[in-house]
Design a protein around this ligand. Structure first.
Ligand code: ASP
Length: 383
């Protein structure tokens, strides 16, 4: 079982890495720009070529945990299903899997031990989206999101309203907390030096301002919350048909031990999932707050529209996220991010690519079959 401390370790936290070509990072001076313009952040080198950029034709990509999802989605595309059905049925395999503790049934719970799920679907041909957030007791939020898309005039239902809608659509409520996830939560609860998502004053960069709470009508007072660190996991899946129609879906139990009601990037269109039928489809997994504040999925599609290949668009979205990670608590002593995010991009013609802040993987089902490939990382954990 990975702890949140382990996650920080694997995501490169505190890795004392030098600057040089072997690390995938070039010295600022060699970029011909003043360090003062760029700030002190280490800059990644330009990316190596991404082999998926040369692919053409029907294709499904997913996060690294989505090998079964891409395989299933392509089977459905081959049978003529709409790409939105294909991606939702693909990720359903992860949602139903109790061993996958990042999604659906078996997902890791919030800080009160309750599993809250987020998901979105975007459909290229209609440019419609549907999403649910903080949905409890329903193990297939992506299917509920698809029904929001198809059966309502809305984009996003949350919490109690999302649950009622799911019930009305015939979904069964169940306990989503598996024994393994409950034990993981108990272990976190029992951890004396517990890390959570509340920030104390030392963790807020100036100008931090005050945190104001209501003391009753017309009265406010400041509070001092405490702590941060996280464990992430999600499945994103994007598909393109032979005719060039696109859809994307992202589904997750979000960050483990999150503050109840916290919504990540997965159900936010443009953040963890976005698709434009004229251009392509993209999604992200990892620290959702960074994907929201950088609108990373939209950014990738926009960059593809401006002529970048999917591999270039994913890499550039990753670079932008690093450049815009301003808070010092998010960076190690070496200036590198203390979290990981992976970026997945699929173009209308079937070209694809993926990048990440640190090493990661993605799944693809293209003309050569289904397999898991490495993403192109900005930084190496190892050096
Ligand atoms: N992006 C998800 C969220 O922030 C978590 C993850 O992908 O690991 O909710």
């Amino acid at each position: 079982m990975i702890t949140r401390r382990d996650f920080l370790a694997v995501s490169g936290a505190g890795a004392g890495v030098g600057v040089g070509a072997a690390t995938g990072v070039v010295p600022i001076a060699s970029l011909g720009m003043a360090a003062s313009v760029l700030g002190a952040r280490p800059r990644p080198a330009s990316q190596p070529a991404s082999e998926g950029d040369a692919h053409r034709g029907p294709c499904v990509i997913a996060s690294g945990n989505g090998l079964a999802a891409v395989t299933r989605a392509m089977e459905l595309l081959d049978q003529g299903y709409d790409p939105a059905d294909a991606v939702v049925q693909g990720v359903r395999i992860n949602e139903d899997d109790p061993e996958d503790n990042s999604v659906g049934y078996g997902g890791l719970p919030n800080e009160e031990g309750i599993v809250e799920l987020d998901a979105s679907v975007m459909h290229g041909p209609t440019h419609k989206s549907g999403a649910v957030a903080s949905l409890r007791h329903i193990k297939n939020p992506a299917q509920v999101a698809l029904l929001v898309l198809r059966r309502t005039n809305h984009c996003l239902l949350v919490g109690e309203g999302a649950l009622r809608f799911a019930r009305q659509m015939g979904f069964q409520e169940e306990n989503l907390l598996t024994e393994a996830s409950r034990l993981a939560w108990l272990k976190w609860k029992a951890n004396a030096s517990r890390e959570d998502f509340w920030l104390d004053d030392a963790e807020r960069d100036p100008p931090a301002g005050k945190v104001w709470v209501s003391d009753g009508p017309g009265k406010l007072s400041a509070i001092d919350p405490d702590g941060v660190k996280r464990l992430t996991g999600t499945v994103h899946c994007s598909a393109v048909t032979r005719a060039g129609d696109l859809a994307g879906c992202t589904t997750t139990s979000g960050l483990s031990w999150k503050i109840p009601g916290r919504v990540g990037d997965s159900p936010i269109i443009g953040a963890g999932n976005y698709c434009d039928n004229e251009v392509g489809s993209a999604g992200c997994t990892g620290r959702g707050e960074s994907c929201i504040t950088n609108l990373s999925a939209y950014t990738m599609v926009m960059l593809m529209e401006m002529g970048k290949t999917p591999g270039e668009a994913a890499f550039e979205a990753a670079r932008r996220m690093v450049d815009r990670s301003k808070e010092s608590r998010l960076k190690g002593a070496d200036g590198r991010p203390r979290f990981n995010v992976s970026f997945y991009a699929l173009r209308k013609d079937g070209a694809y690519g993926a990048a990440s802040l640190y090493e990661g993987s993605f799944a693809v089902r293209d003309r050569d079959g289904a397999r898991v490939l490495p993403t192109v990382p900005l930084y190496s954990k190892g050096g």
